[in-house]
Design a protein around this ligand. Structure first.
Ligand SMILES: [Zn+2]
Length: 135
């Protein structure tokens, strides 16, 4: 039985917006038909080229968490608006526990680093002051 698969079927498949049985049926078709795979790759390529909304980014990256580097940059406010929105969405709306824990860990590390830098500065000033007094 061959099922006619349209562009919008493929779109929905990429969005994982179909019922599990439909998803499975289309997946079987895609695996056995290189032309469908090509179409799918083309749709995916177009999406990669023009990703605009946070929702779109989310749908495409649903299964992947931001990297630790991205989370770190997010803490420092170093991500561009689009990425920052995605990470925010992932943390607050999706409430990914893994990333929340990761972020918490990074925040603690940054606090510790800031403290170490501060006490180093303090020591430096104290020794400099002591040195100046001796003169
Ligand atoms: Zn996550």
């Amino acid at each position: 039985m061959t099922r006619r698969i349209t562009q919008s079927d493929l779109q929905a498949y990429l969005d994982e917006a179909l019922a599990p049985a439909e998803m499975a049926a289309i997946e079987v078709e895609i695996r056995s038909r290189p032309d469908l795979l090509k179409q799918l790759a083309a749709i995916n390529g177009r999406r990669d080229a023009g990703v605009h909304s946070v929702g779109e980014i989310w749908r495409r990256n649903r299964l992947s968490c931001p990297s630790r580097e991205q989370l770190g940059s997010h803490l420092l406010g170093a991500l561009d608006a689009e990425h920052a929105a995605y990470v925010d969405f992932h943390l607050t709306v999706v409430s990914c526990r893994f990333c929340q824990a990761n972020l918490e860990d990074l925040r603690r590390q940054q606090d510790e680093q800031a403290e170490t830098a501060q006490s180093r500065r303090r020591k430096y000033f104290q020794s400099t002051a002591g040195h100046l007094r001796k003169k």
